[in-house]
Design a protein around this ligand. Structure first.
Ligand code: MN
Length: 242
């Protein structure tokens, strides 16, 4: 049996070794988690013309929108707060196109961290550009100084959601490395998880075979947490059944 092909969106990174070329990369944890879920991972270059991107998309059985920097606020119709981090408008265009195609053409889709924000903007939603300044009193969601694997807060999973079917309902402990979050939810998407401070931590599309977004990083938790592995197994199962 051929393993389902899961595209993982890449980012641009500069090599540390001279002559320091620009690389198209993804964190190894995403690749490993897809492999663990029995999918065949494929890194999608972040800067491609539409025809080239489309040629890749048409061969995919599933899509993983990975984490990374902030989305250019013009894509959701807002001026920049001036508090943005690692904006790459070309990557935004690539991922927004992939997310819109996946929504419209029912390609199974798992969206992680920045990915849930891309999914929401692709559906017509907006983002909180900086949680500490726009939501004073919110939890410390941006854990840049602690290991990514470290638990940062709980989320309350909405009973009856697809997410609850994968990771269980009620309270689940998660990690957290984001200073942005979903503000208004895009049409067609529903909230599947929230942090205790009200920050949206999960979105999904009900009218879709598998469209799941999480604000935390399950890909670094798969070794010890079978319920986090279920997210990747669920994506690959949906991709196989397509
Ligand atoms: Mn969080």
């Amino acid at each position: 049996m051929t393993l389902p092909l899961i595209g993982i969106t890449g980012r641009v990174e500069q090599a540390v070794r001279p002559p320091n070329p620009l690389l198209h990369a993804v964190a190894q944890s995403y690749v490993r988690a897809v492999e663990l879920g029995q999918g065949a991972p494929l890194i999608i270059p972040p800067h491609l013309e539409q025809d080239h991107l489309r040629a890749i998309f048409e061969r995919l059985d599933g899509l993983l929108l990975s984490g990374g920097g902030d989305i250019e606020p013009a894509f959701f119709g807002e001026p920049s707060s001036g508090l943005l981090w690692q904006v790459d408008g070309q990557r935004d265009r690539t991922e927004l196109a992939l997310a819109r195609w996946a929504l419209a053409e029912k390609l199974p889709l798992l969206a992680i961290c920045r990915g849930i924000q891309v999914l929401n903007v692709a559906a017509g939603g907006t983002l909180i550009q900086d949680i500490p300044t726009q939501m004073p009193g919110a939890l410390a969601h941006n854990a840049v100084l602690r290991p990514l694997e470290q638990i940062a807060h709980t989320v309350e999973i909405v009973a009856g959601s697809r997410l609850a079917g994968l990771v269980g309902d009620g309270k689940v402990e998660v990690n957290s490395a984001h200073h942005q979050a979903v503000k208004s939810v895009g049409p067609g998407l529903v909230i599947s998880a929230r942090a205790p401070d009200g920050i949206i931590e999960g979105l999904e599309a009900s009218n879709h075979p598998f469209c799941v977004g999480v604000q935390w990083h399950p890909e670094v938790l798969v070794a010890d947490r079978p319920e986090m592995r279920r997210l990747f197994e669920g994506l690959v199962e949906a991709a196989r059944n397509r």
